[in-house]
Design a protein around this ligand. Structure first.
Ligand code: ZN
Length: 124
């Protein structure tokens, strides 16, 4: 009897469960990465082959294009040319593309996401 009360007591006063870690809402992987030399070629790569298109210019990478990871269907073009603001940092390593910082759209679908190793992780 006493042990039952003791168990009930400890059950009632058990510590609150830890809140789950702030999990990303949604992750969208991109399976293909293509290097192209025009925005038109980037559009084709993104629309036909669901790729991340790296638009290469004479002075290096100009921009990164891909379908908006929220699913709205828009093509996002992120500037990576330092001569134009705003400019994102891009890392291409082993065929995987990462952008820094996150892309936070202020109009349209208002998606906020980070692209890391070909994975778009939606942020609140
Ligand atoms: Zn979107």
């Amino acid at each position: 009897m006493f042990s039952t009360i003791k168990r009930l007591w400890s059950w009632l006063w058990r510590p609150a469960p830890a809140p789950p870690p702030a999990a990303p809402r949604y992750i969208r992987p991109f399976r293909n990465v293509e290097t192209v030399d025009t925005q038109a070629a980037a559009t084709i790569a993104v629309e036909k082959r669901d790729a991340i298109a790296l638009v290469e210019g004479a002075k290096g990478l100009k921009s990164v294009a891909f379908r908006c990871p929220c699913g709205c269907g828009e093509i996002r073009r992120v500037n990576t040319s330092p001569s134009i603001a705003p400019c994102w940092g891009v890392k291409v390593s082993g065929g995987r593309v990462s952008l820094h910082p996150s892309v936070d759209l202020t109009s349209g679908c208002r998606a906020h996401f980070v692209l890391k190793d070909n994975m778009a992780i939606m942020l609140p």
